[in-house]
Design a protein around this ligand. Structure first.
Ligand code: NAD
Length: 328
């Protein structure tokens, strides 16, 4: 039996954890996210279970190691928030949940596209004021449009599968083209060609040094006039300042963002009683052609069920000396 502290735990996860754990491990929950202030709570545990809201920078990993933590079990597919060099130095095992439900994220990305392209939120908000005029609600068909996918891994391919059903032309860019896409009509093109030709660009690559601010001033200016950008990957893939600037020029028609580069401390928290200080975020949120959702693309019952089950399996495999889904 492993003793694990689950940071950033949310109420909706607990029943799933208790069901799949079935007494195999001692799981304790804290709603606190992992930070310098909360790292001491890991004392007496063998492992911590973390989410994207948790800080796993060098100083925190060193502290976890001093406290005797041997395992970091991530409840996410992405691991850009973990200082892998520090974890390696401390001899820690880091595991993740790589493919808990690519469809959950892909379906949400398609939902965001429809919300933007058909002005669904605008219609809803107008309707609350009993304004049912159609003025300003003109959308466009997805059929025959060109969709650019950046990153054709598990989520990118699930997205391609769905979007192909709309009769779209699909362009893709990936540092390692996906060979399993032969049943779909996808053309791999240069990044610049994808930017120039796509009516909608959907991001599905991880955040790493090669993708940090992959979309900056130049790349936005290379996108087709009137195009939309959808980001369900990681906030840092987009330079938000550059996005705001290009949206203001009218060159891009809109953006849908489920992730934001400074989302730590912002998302997953109820801020109704405090003032959000991030001016850039507030500016973005006020733009009529921008939709921001709080990193919820993964949030389906199927995904949470798979995340918790895989996490329990990851902990058990580590205990048995045969770690699975290991990053380190
Ligand atoms: P994956 O590893 O299966 O696929 C990622 C793909 O991106 C790979 O094919 C890889 O070769 C490609 N890639 C890497 N660097 C690239 C670059 N510079 N340019 C173009 N392509 C590049 O990962 P996945 O399971 O499909 O997940 C993708 C990302 O989605 C995750 O890393 C995570 O950040 C994000 N995600 C977000 C949510 C959410 O709720 N919003 C949930 C899960 C995952």
């Amino acid at each position: 039996m492993m003793k694990i502290l689950i940071y950033s735990s949310q109420e909706f996860e607990k029943n799933y954890f208790n069901k799949f754990n079935a007494g195999q491990h001692q799981l304790d929950f804290t709603a606190d996210s992992l930070s310098l202030e909360t790292v001491h709570k890991a004392k007496g545990y063998e492992g911590v279970c973390c989410f994207v809201a948790d800080s796993l920078e060098e100083n925190i990993i060193l502290k976890l190691s001093e406290l005797g933590i041997k395992l970091i079990a991530l409840r996410s597919a992405g691991y850009d928030h973990v200082d892998m060099v520090a974890a390696k130095k401390c001899g820690m095992t880091v595991v993740r949940v790589p493919d808990y439900s690519p469809q959950a994220v892909a379906e949400f990305a398609v939902g965001l596209i429809l919300a933007l392209s058909r002005k669904i939120l605008k219609a809803y908000i107008q309707g609350l004021e009993h304004n049912f005029k159609l003025e300003g609600l003109m959308g466009f068909n997805l059929n025959q449009k060109t969709i650019g996918i950046v990153g054709t891994g598990k989520i990118g391919m699930a997205f391609a599968q769905i979007i192909s059903g709309f009769g779209c032309r699909i362009l893709a860019n990936d540092i390692a083209p996906n060979m399993s896409c032969h049943n779909l009509d996808i053309s791999y093109v240069d990044f610049k060609d994808l930017l120039e030709q796509s009516d909608i660009v959907s991001l599905h690559c991880p955040l790493n040094p090669s993708t940090y601010h992959l979309f900056d001033h130049l790349e936005f200016s290379q996108m087709k006039k009137g195009a939309l950008i959808v980001n369900t990957a990681r906030g840092g893939v987009i330079n938000t300042k550059a996005l705001i600037k290009i949206l203001k020029t009218g060159h891009l028609a809109g953006a849908a963002l489920d992730v934001y580069e400074k989302e730590k401390g912002l998302f997953f928290i109820d801020h109704r009683k405090d003032m959000i200080q991030d001016e850039q975020f507030l500016e973005l949120q006020k733009m009529p052609n921008v939709i921001v959702t709080p990193h919820q693309a993964f949030l389906t019952t199927e995904a949470i069920s798979n995340i918790t089950q895989m996490t329990i399996d990851n902990i058990t495999a580590f205990e048995n000396g045969k770690p699975i889904h290991q990053i380190l």
